[in-house]
Design a protein around this ligand. Sequence first.
Ligand code: AMP
Length: 473
Amino acid sequence: MTKFSDLSLNPKVLKAVEEAGYETPTPIQAGAIPPALEGRDVLGIAQTGTGKTASFTLPLITALARGRARARMPRSLVLCPTRELAAQVAENFDTYAKHVKLTKALLIGGVSFKEQDALIDKGVDVLIATPGRLLDHFERGKLILNDVKVMVVDEADRMLDMGFIPDIERIFGLTPFTRQTLFFSATMAPEIERITNTFLSSPAKIEVARAATTGENITQGVVMFKPSRRDREGSEKRSLLRKMIEAEGEACRNAIIFCNRKVDVDIVAKSMKKYGLNAAPIHGDLDQSQRMRTLDAFRDGTLTFLVASDVAARGLDIPNVSHVLNYDVPGHAEDYVHRIGRTGRAGKTGTALMICAPRDEKNLEDIERLIQSAVPRRDLPGAAPVETQADEAPEEKPRASRSRARSRSRASSSAAPAETTPEPPATEASTPPKSSRSRSRSRGRGSREPVVGMGDDAPSFILKSFEERRTDA
Ligand code: AMP
């Protein structure tokens, strides 16, 4: 087995690696570090969780350990698709370069240009940036890319999803032809292949196995969900999500809840908060400082539920997540692999649950084809159509559910797991609004369906049951 000491890394880098507690290089590290140190281009096909950040950071620091950067002329460039990922790479850099005198700057949106300009003016060895922000600085004449010796592109497939490929091509064109390129992508879409063929020169190709998705340490499950009516789908789905969390009891210490759309990230987070769950959203439209605060809170345990979009959560290294909850079945099967890979890390156990609406069944099939196994179906009370009106975001909170939820968010409270306190169906509707005493009168086949939209002015015949009306007639 390869050891870090076999990899010809700078002794100061080795020391930092040792202090970080890593004993052996991961396969992507063992494969990418030697050719990177030889100055070759590297094409790494690896996803988050494989140790790929260190596989480019360690040789980069080793290569830059000698020499100094000139004003406005960074010696290396690391491009990341999201601000969070860029910030994470910067953290990694600080960890591994702590015994080496190197300077870095992080160019991401949401941070003032002035501060960043001042750093660049002094000269930086490593510039870690998102493509848009980097080009903004370049266009303002604050940055010269002629001295870039190493360029790293991280998570290229996500760059593609986010429409950054033209920016990446442009940045490649602004750097010297003689630069070394370290290029990482979880997948090789045709567009990515084209870029690598154009800008990489006979790269060493290292492909590491996809993280085991059906590994014994991740318990998977999917709840098949059928809304009672199309216009209730959202509220019933959110209700089901809460039931899912309750049913997991105390095993659910914290969770990332993935939604396919940003708008749902906001709605789900807001709804969870309304129901007393300690949740916050993270997606690309939120400002940088807020995203960082949310992420820090989730990392240090003050936030229990992180509601996220794929892009925002991609690449984030958050250890110790007990649960991944897929509010939606992801549209790309590969995203399922990325999402559930957020739990069960480093040999720990994890649970990945998903809600599948009828229209998502095709996507579920794609996932099962990709992971070559069936995601076990789970039954959950409430997954079937509910009879009562599930009225999202009521002015009044459903008290019972709220207090239970509160006790859930207290990490090790004595609250009984939800299995022993089953929730009645359609929690969101189970407490009728105060001002409508009459609305909950029994109607039809014994179901309690509040009359909405007429306030207290509902004509009395509407409030009668079918039986009462028949008798009247
Ligand atoms: P990454 O794929 O770069 O996001 O890394 C995933 C996680 O693996 C991070 O928490 C790293 O700190 C950790 N890690 C990286 N290299 C090693 C290693 N050689 N041994 C153990 N853990 C590592």
